[in-house]
Design a protein around this ligand. Structure first.
Ligand code: GLN
Length: 291
């Protein structure tokens, strides 16, 4: 008999949790308790209180198997968000899989800042490189009257984004388009707000990245060539220069090591950028206006 099965012989919640800690604490530390909570919600429909009071309860064989496979996945650094199939972003539940970047808390901070500092009326918003659609959906929920358009090159990502918009009751117009191509069109529209979280990690930065990111997030959402790391910002700046309303705002997530260079690219298109720092103290996004 396989030893994994022996270890998982008990189907009492207390024993399952204790095995999770034994196997995973060395890799994930305090996060293991959060993983257990997320798995209990996903597999058993248990909330936190139910988990606190249900530790002596036993679960059936099929649920036990799911905990077993989830443990094996976590040992292989598969992101918990892929295992449960979603993450939370600005109060929305966002489905994720290998076709979209898992939304990061830094991006959530950028969106919160945008909405708080924007404060004003947004009638038309455009989100570039939308991926899971998380930014576009959060914007639509913050500005229910706005027409929100979101573009991505990947049809697989757009399928996820469309499901996310639907599930969160956010009407967003999704467009399959490559922002790098010369004929990227935004009709003749102007936007009060343009947002983007494009790929910005240099190929040479791969070696500093965690296996859960490197092996499971889509490379096309992350990486840019070392010899042209700002290619997306040139394209975004072009779109903004052409399509931003006079008092409109561009907000884009950036590579913290390239903040100055990114600002230069934006300035060359006539934008006036300022850099903002995230909760980790890293230069994380630029906000730019035309004048
Ligand atoms: N910040 C992300 C990471 O560290 C990268 C996001 C991006 O390339 N847009 O993995």
């Amino acid at each position: 008999m396989n030893t994994d099965n022996i270890r998982f012989r008990s189907n009492r919640m207390r024993d399952i949790i204790s095995l999770y800690h034994t196997e995973l604490d060395a890799i994930y530390g305090a996060e293991v308790s959060v993983f257990v909570e997320m798995l209990c919600e996903a597999f058993l429909g248990w909330d936190r209180v139910r988990l606190l009071t249900g530790k002596e309860q036993t679960i059936d064989q099929s649920d036990l198997l799911r905990f077993h496979w989830a443990l094996e996945d976590l040992k292989r650094h598969r992101p918990i968000q892929h295992i449960v199939g979603h993450t939370d972003f600005c109060g929305c539940r966002i489905e994720v899989n290998g076709n979209v970047l898992i939304p990061r808390p830094e991006t959530e901070e950028m969106v919160n800042w945008t909405v708080e500092s924007g404060g004003r009326k947004v009638e038309r918003a455009l989100d570039l490189c939308t991926g899971s659609g998380c930014i576009a959906i959060a914007l639509k929920r913050a500005y229910p009257q706005a027409v929100v358009t979101a573009a991505d090159i990947s049809p697989e990502a757009l399928a996820v984004a469309r499901r996310n918009a639907e599930a969160n009751g956010a009407e967003v117009c999704f467009v399959e388009a490559d922002v790098l191509s010369d004929d990227f069109i935004c009709q003749s529209s102007t936007f009060n707000l343009i947002t983007a979280n494009p790929p910005y990690v240099c190929e040479s930065e791969r070696k500093q990245m965690a296996p859960n990111v490197l092996e499971y997030d889509p490379a096309m959402a992350l990486f840019v060539p070392d010899d042209d790391p700002l290619r997306f910002y040139r394209a975004i700046a072009r779109v903004a220069a052409r399509s931003l309303a006079d008092d409109g705002l561009l907000v884009a997530e950036i590579n913290e090591a390239l903040a100055d260079e990114t600002c230069e690219v934006l300035k060359q298109c006539g934008l006036h950028p300022e850099v903002h720092t995230d909760f980790r103290g890293k230069a994380r996004w630029v906000a730019a206006r035309l004048e």
